[in-house]
Ligand binder design. Sequence first.
Ligand code: FAD
Length: 356
Amino acid sequence: MKVIVIGGGPAGMMSAITASQNGNEVILLEKMERLGRKLLITGKGRCNITSSLPIQEFIQNIPGNGQFLYSAFNNYTNTDIINFLKSEGLEVKEERGKRIFPITDKSLDVLKCFEKKLKALNVKIEYNAEVVSIKKDLDRFEVELKNGTILNSNKVIIATGGKSYPLTGSTGDGYKLAKQLGHTVTQIKPSLVPFEAYDKKTCKELQGLSLKNVGIEFKDIEKNKVIYEDFGEMLFTHFGVSGPTIKNIDELLKNKKIILKIDFKPALSEEKLDKRILRDFDEEKNKELKHSLDKLLPKKLIPVIIEKSEINPEKRVNEITKQERKILVNLLKNFELEISKFRPIEEAIITSGGRY
Ligand SMILES: Cc1cc2nc3c(=O)[nH]c(=O)nc-3n(C[C@H](O)[C@H](O)[C@H](O)COP(=O)(O)OP(=O)(O)OC[C@H]3O[C@@H](n4cnc5c(N)ncnc54)[C@H](O)[C@@H]3O)c2cc1C
């Protein structure tokens, strides 16, 4: 059978490999000048390939109802992708949070495995081949490229990705193509998307500060209720906050005033944090407050915390009162930023919805 795969991201490349291994004649159409452009930027260029968690936990981590992915996850598991990469010569390693990365820390090496396999299977790849329409006539498909070329096949696989990071080629074309074939496409939404905070001054001061182990909590101000909590990495940007811990909560945010509460020291209780601060102060009693928190906090955070505490930054630490320490502890455990809005889908890590 002749199979056309549209889109040369990880999904399209793997579909082309599988279709070819099953004895089909495969053409892979990619609208960019190379394959896997989004794959190259994943995991900050290191590609977080998969996780070693059990499949049931994959499903629990999908926002909304992830059960519809049960059979896909079971048909091709985390072990399968690891074994595929190993068979192409790439070893992997496990990092904190059960995340799996290539041993070389390079997403390019993951892409090379796919390209190697496609070559070995003689899959025909067309670059700069943007599909603009698909027509179905009985059991034949007619696929039209932007340059006017018409290709025919028995089967078509649409693997055009989502709508985020459009410069990588993912511009949401697949939704339009699926509609042309009569599929219903549900509303698409940004997921894992950065958001803006009202307090731009604080964000500008903290811009670029990347934190590895923080606790976050989204709180509905009106109901005084925590609606989402997580633990992990985050990054301050000039407009707000971004990072893997900030998952899609837009459903929950409708018509609500939301505060993001950050716990900069989740491993320490308030009591333990107070003792730790006291110990640091005791070691250098005559130091000014502004010079005394560098063992505990990243440099960028110190002036922000001191300003918010309203304690004189030049005050000697042996003059800091118990009450002032309490204010510092409270700021470090309950740092608050009010969310003004989410950034657009183009900046999301993932597109959710759309199922066709
Ligand atoms: C900054 C960032 C970091 C990420 N980090 C990770 C990570 O560490 N781990 C992880 O698992 N996921 C990560 N992701 C998500 C991951 O990149 C996507 O889930 C993945 O790329 C989806 O693969 P795909 O093949 O479905 O789509 P894509 O990778 O989007 O590929 C779709 C391909 O289709 C092509 N195409 C589109 N329209 C057409 C058309 N009309 N004709 C022909 N070709 C077309 C595109 O050019 C593109 O090459 C990250 C995403 C971003 C943005």
